[in-house]
Design a protein around this ligand. Structure first.
Ligand code: FES
Length: 255
């Protein structure tokens, strides 16, 4: 069920350059089904900025009815969000979309993320580990200052970091790390820029994979067609990333 709720800020902190971790509390958490779903946040009470911002769900705490979002403060909307202090309320619409199929992985999974695509992989890693699936995390960032959650991922399994400028971990992209790693996993899950998703799926054509797309969105609920993409099924077959995804099996979406 999708709800709209005024959720209360429990914690807000900057965890990397321009990256904020925001924890909110409310009933909507009980409807979250899968890692990889997202919420749509209305960032200001006035009409400006009017649109909501889609933000992925990094961690779900059902016992406390809380969930964690990690977002990049870049435009006016998200910088207003970064000003919300503990006790403030935020208008949240969600949970939205379809997330990762946690049951697909059998014994070992690669979780491959880039930048602001990393957060949903954290809840996914937790759920896979809880099911006894070994997870290996391959995470890419711009630079050392942009890295977040490295220790949290390490606590769940083998973790490799790449930075574009080489200031931390391997220099380059996640694909540089993937080239060096064994292919001894059964399933991969990936979230990040489209170019990265493309590279990942071409690296493992023989593996079962799931990709979460970062697409520009309007309504977030399948009504405005802002997020449509073609599929590999036919010339005229389209999907909406917001409501049919954002997670799709590898080889389905053409972007
Ligand atoms: Fe409106 Fe997807 S964002 S249909």
């Amino acid at each position: 069920m999708i709800r709209q709720e005024k959720m209360v800020v429990v914690s807000q902190q900057q965890i990397a350059r321009n990256i904020f971790e925001l924890i909110v509390k409310g009933d909507l958490v009980q409807d979250m089904q899968e890692p990889g779903q997202f919420v749509h946040i209305r960032v200001a009470d006035s009409f400006e900025p009017l649109l909501r911002r889609p933000i992925s769900i990094a961690e779900i705490n059902r016992e406390e009815s809380q969930f964690t979002m990690i977002y990049r403060s870049e435009g006016r909307g998200t910088s207003l969000l970064a000003e919300k202090a503990v006790g403030a309320t935020i208008d949240v619409l969600g949970p939205l979309g379809h997330g990762f199929d946690v049951d697909a992985a059998k014994a070992k999974a690669y979780l491959i993320g880039g930048g602001i695509g990393v957060p949903p992989l954290y809840q996914l890693a937790k759920e896979l580990n809880a099911k006894g699936v070994e997870t290996v995390h391959i995470l890419g960032f711009e630079s050392k200052e942009a890295v977040f959650y490295e220790e949290k991922f390490k606590a769940l399994g083998e973790t490799h970091i790449a930075t574009v400028d080489g200031s931390h971990g391997t220099q380059g992209f996640v694909t540089h790390i993937l080239n060096e790693l064994p292919k001894d996993f059964d399933t991969y899950y990936s979230c990040g820029p489209t170019a990265m998703l493309e590279a990942v799926q071409w690296a493992y054509p023989e593996k079962q994979g799931f990709l979460s797309y970062e697409q520009r969105m309007g309504c977030g609920i399948g009504a405005c067609f802002a997020c449509v993409c073609r599929t590999t099924k036919s010339e005229t077959d389209y999907i909406k990333v917001c409501s049919d995804g954002p997670v799709f099996p590898a080889g389905v979406v053409i972007v």
